[in-house]
Ligand binder design. Structure first.
Ligand code: COA
Ligand code: AMP
Length: 627
């Protein structure tokens, strides 16, 4: 990075005069009422971006490109490795479907500010439904299909939607995942009573659904197209639930204006993808990465986005990534390191890459978990292109740290997502909130206010927003990650400081798994920790103490607990490991020493807290882990 380079200039400009910087960025968005003010801090720490602006996000994603004459440009390509389907939609076609589905939602009473919960596989109807909500000013909340009925019910309870949009099911390698049963079960469990359920009947998945559910396509075909509804920039666009440290998910709220401005800016400056160029984000619409870079980012930029249903391996082989890149001329691929590890495991020399022309690919972006140096070296070698790690969270909605390929590509350093993106002010502090010197690990915090596009709060829970993120260090947002900054200003993110774990790029709470394990009648107490997994990065592992006098063999207990976690949380938890122990290490006040256990399992140096209740428990565990 040069002191006078484009990155430094942009970073300094955003820091010195955020109003001027973000009002300038806001010019890339079409407004109904252009904002004259960038930041409103009158209700700090609840900061708001573009308080006097009005817009519609769907218009910015679709209508304006059609109006500008780009209606024939491809907006969305659906490629299903599961069914063989390959369908593409121009901007004009997507706009037609979205407007009509918005009409169908409106006809069932969905209006501005109403919530709509989506529980969808990776099919175009998911994108259509998200944009249709945005068109009406309604608030979508997409729930990842790997979550079970109880998790879905918790989100329905919290969002209290007017409508649900779902499909008969998803396709996973070797099995069909029924979505109808969990949606019906979640509705039965929930205190909320949505007025309508829209169902996409997939030809491959024929499942009987309740008679009063509406057929997605029949309703869409019959509906009059809905006009876009102008909303305040500060109005919510979506709620996305993510795992916190307790079992209750956090409803991260994203606004319309800040989101549109930030994502549009990121497409040019981070991803270097513009109109007509192809971006493929191999994630799921149920995660933030899918929201931002399968759906909104590419469409806001007038680019072409690929919606891929399939896995990086096994559908049918480890050449899936290379096939899709070749077939659609993908310029930027965005995936998670775990997917690259999965490919490497099956095809270590990337022999399948030789069967494909991937010359269109400029950059491979990864996020969702730390890009380990081995995978970075491997991917860089086989692709001979920049492999760019960038660090972000559901809460931030876009990258906190990145190598900004469009603004000023910088040297890549293994293990680092490079530098803070303009607008983000990264600090590393110790437990007392004091900044630590370069090279020293500490809590990664972000100085307030956060830039546009980041969370405006948690859905109807200001107290939790304050206590989860803002209470630890005055004036800072707590990321929950630890790391350090080197002498060159490069940031290194090492891992979570809380009980959130990251399994195959999916964020999970060990607390929610503990709640399920702890409810088993044989279990007196338990601790679930994230342990290192070669492919998935981490996986949950449960240590359980049985109730006195209980007679259950380990295999039975394990299979009952695995079934319970799958039933209550979902397959996504990837829960398989159960170990029965005599006791768990605790402090004298009864707090389980999960961090110490994690260190022991991972073979790291163990710092034994002085407050431990009974140190001999640790010796017993150490013997167990050594075995
Ligand atoms: N609906 C229903 N079930 C789902 C699902 C969905 N949308 N997605 C995953 N599951 C199920 C899987 O079938 C699997 O079930 P199983 O235990 O019966 O095998 C379980 O949830 C775990 O899935 P996953 O963690 O995806 O493991 P996998 O072995 O199927 O695939 C990877 C492993 C690494 C290939 C895959 O996780 C991947 O591509 N990850 C990319 C990560 C990503 O997209 N992150 C988002 C942020 S970038
Ligand atoms: P999620 O909210 O699901 O996107 O998960 C966010 C968390 O994933 C972060 O707080 C980090 O712990 C981890 N994470 C995401 N991207 C990266 C990255 N590039 N490097 C290290 N950790 C990451």
């Amino acid at each position: 990075m040069t002191e006078s380079g484009a990155y430094r200039q942009a970073y300094d400009a955003a820091a010195a005069d955020p109003d001027a910087f973000w009002l300038d960025a806001a010019r890339a968005i079409d407004w109904d009422v252009a904002p004259t003010i960038a930041l409103d801090s009158s209700n700090a720490p609840f900061h708001r971006w573009f308080p006097d602006g009005r817009l519609n996000t769907c218009v910015n994603a679709l209508d304006r490109h059609v109006a500008a004459g780009a209606g024939d440009r491809t907006a969305l390509i659906h490629d299903s490795a599961m069914t063989g389907a390959r369908v593409s939609f121009t901007y004009a076609e997507l706009l037609d479907r979205v407007s009509r589905f918005a009409g169908a939602l409106a006809a069932r009473g969905v209006g501005a500010g109403d919530r709509v919960v989506l529980y969808m596989p990776m099919i175009p109807e998911a994108v259509v439904a998200m944009l249709a909500c945005a068109r009406l000013g309604a608030v979508h909340s997409v729930v990842f299909g790997g979550f079970a009925a109880k998790e879905l019910a918790a989100r329905i309870d919290d969002a209290d939607p007017v409508a649900i949009v779902t499909a008969t099911g998803g396709l996973e390698p070797g099995r069909t995942v029924d979505y109808v049963t969990p949606v019906a079960a979640a509705l039965a469990m929930s205190t909320s009573s949505p007025r309508a359920v829209f169902l996409t009947r997939r030809p491959e998945i024929d499942i009987e659904a309740p008679g009063d559910w509406l057929d997605f396509h029949r309703e869409l075909d019959a509906a009059a197209p809905a006009d876009p509804v102008s909303v305040a920039a500060t109005d919510p666009l979506y709620i996305l639930y993510t795992s916190g440290t307790t079992g209750k998910p956090k409803g991260v709220v994203r606004d319309n204006g800040g989101h549109a401005v930030a994502l549009r800016w990121s497409m040019t400056n981070i991803y270097d993808v513009g109109p007509g160029q192809v971006m493929w984000t191999a994630s799921d619409v149920g995660w933030v990465v899918g929201h931002s870079y399968i759906v909104y980012g590419p469409l806001l930029a007038g680019a072409t986005t690929v919606l891929y249903e399939g896995k990086p391996v096994g559908t049918p082989d480890a050449g899936a990534f290379w096939r899709v890149i070749e077939e659609y001329g993908v310029r930027a691929l965005f995936t998670a390191p775990t997917a690259l590890r999965a490919v490497r495991k099956v095809d270590p020399e990337a022999a399948l890459l030789r069967d494909h022309d991937v010359s269109s690919l400029e950059t491979l972006f990864v996020a969702g978990e730390r890009l380990d140096p081995d995978t970075f070296a491997w991917a860089s070698r086989i692709l001979d292109r920049p492999v760019v790690d960038h660090w972000w969270q559901t809460e931030t909605g876009w990258a906190i740290c990145a190598n900004l390929r469009g603004l000023e590509p910088m040297p890549l350093k293994s293990g680092s997502p490079t530098v803070p993106v303009p607008g983000f002010h990264v600090g590393i502090v110790d437990g007392s909130g004091a900044e630590v010197p370069a090279g020293t690990e500490g809590n990664i915090v972000l100085e307030l206010p956060l830039p546009p596009g980041t969370l405006t709060g948690l859905w109807q829970d200001d107290d939790r927003f304050l206590s989860s993120y803002l209470a630890a260090f005055d004036g800072y947002y707590l990321t929950g990650d630890s790391g350090y900054v080197d002498e060159d200003g490069y940031v290194y993110v090492l891992g979570r400081t809380d009980d959130v774990i990251n399994v195959a790029g999916h964020r999970l709470s060990t607390g929610s798994i503990e709640a399920v394990v702890g409810a088993h009648p044989a279990v007196a107490e338990c601790a679930v920790i994230g342990i290192h997994d070669e492919t998935k990065g981490q996986r949950p592992s449960a240590y359980v103490v049985l109730k006195t006098g209980v007679d259950i063999d380990d295999d039975t207990l394990r299979s009952e607990l695995v079934a319970a976690v799958r039933e209550d949380i979902g397959a996504v938890a990837t829960f398989r490991d159960v170990t029965v122990v005599q006791a768990l290490p605790k402090t004298r006040s009864g707090k389980i020493l999960r961090k110490t256990m994690r260190q022991m399992v991972d073979g790291d140096e163990v710092v034994v807290p002085s407050t431990i209740e009974d140190a001999s428990v640790l010796d017993a565990l150490a013997a167990l882990f050594r075995a």
